[in-house]
Design a protein around this ligand. Structure first.
Ligand SMILES: C[S@@+](CC[C@H](N)C(=O)[O-])C[C@H]1O[C@@H](n2cnc3c(N)ncnc32)[C@H](O)[C@@H]1O
Length: 264
């Protein structure tokens, strides 16, 4: 997986919402979790979240992502290499855990449950967590309808289109996984003429080209439904709820999964 994220890092500046959290989504983390005085663990090195908390430790398995997109260590924040499924920190040691899209970066229900258990382990009593989801729809979108919506100007960004296609092509429950290479193949089948897509949407061709990095990737993502993710989270936390993260394109599929009272 690290080589996949190393490649993504090279075009990180071309990514945008809903993949990256816009300011209103960052506000949702603060509003829902009350982070000002918290010792915080960040899963990944999402730069938009680096200013949150009283102190912040970011854990990411990719040295390239840390050196490439992390805004830098300070007196109050630090990024370290580590695996979320075996977090390099003590039990009961942080007030809050946050992560942006991290459940979709895992490719199975088993891995998601493992991460949820790890989050519960490292939280102090009274701790809470917030994970922005990329939650797939209950019934997959019809791809021809996705194309029609896109050509009519109804999709806000290329990244929203990429996620709509990905969410429509996953395998079945419980994993709802998809090889990222299959996202590219579905996109190419739907939009064989990229110039036509550029003309219809006004999107930058370089931004559209970011999807080509998937061609040689071995990685898989997952896009479980919000209901499945709430059920999985409920196995490890007594308090589970979904909070909105704004009004940007596809925000309705990107709620914050808010977790409290880890089951021990
Ligand atoms: C937080 S996720 C999603 C970020 C962004 N919202 C998006 O969708 O592109 C991306 C980061 O997760 C890291 N990552 C993925 N799986 C990981 C794991 N098991 N342990 C540690 N880091 C992981 C990657 O290296 C990458 O930097």
């Amino acid at each position: 997986m690290t080589s996949h994220w190393d490649a993504i890092r090279r075009h990180w500046q071309l990514l945008g919402p809903p993949l990256r959290p816009p300011p209103e989504a960052v506000e949702a983390y603060e509003r829902e979790l009350q982070l000002q005085s918290a010792d915080l663990l960040l899963l990944g090195v999402t730069p938009e979240l680096a200013g949150l908390g009283k102190t912040l430790l970011a854990v990411d398995e990719s040295a390239a992502m840390i050196s490439g997109i992390w805004p830098g260590d300070t007196d109050t924040r630090k990024a370290v290499i580590g695996n979320w499924l075996d977090l390099p920190i003590a039990s009961n040691s942080v007030d809050a855990v946050i992560g942006d899209g991290c459940l979709s970066a895992l490719d199975s229900s088993t891995a998601r449950l493992h991460l949820l258990a790890e989050i519960g382990r490292v939280l102090k009593p009274g701790g809470r967590a917030g994970l922005r989801l990329f939650a797939g729809p209950e019934a997959p979108d019809d791809l021809a309808a996705v194309r029609e919506l896109t050509m009519a100007g109804g999709v806000a960004t290329f990244h929203e289109l990429k996620w709509r296609i990905a969410m429509s092509c996953t395998g079945g429950d419980p994993d709802r996984a998809i090889k990222v290479k299959a996202i590219l193949e579905a996109f190419d089948a739907l939009f064989a003429d990229r110039e036509e897509l550029v003309s219809a949407t006004g999107w930058d061709k370089a931004v559209i080209g970011t999807i080509d990095v998937y061609a040689t990737s071995q990685a898989s993502y997952s896009f479980a439904t919000a209901a499945v993710l709430v059920e999985e989270a409920s196995r490890h936390f007594s308090r589970v709820r979904l909070a909105p993260t704004g009004t940007y394109g596809m925000a309705e599929r990107c709620p914050l999964l808010v977790l409290g009272e880890p089951r021990r």
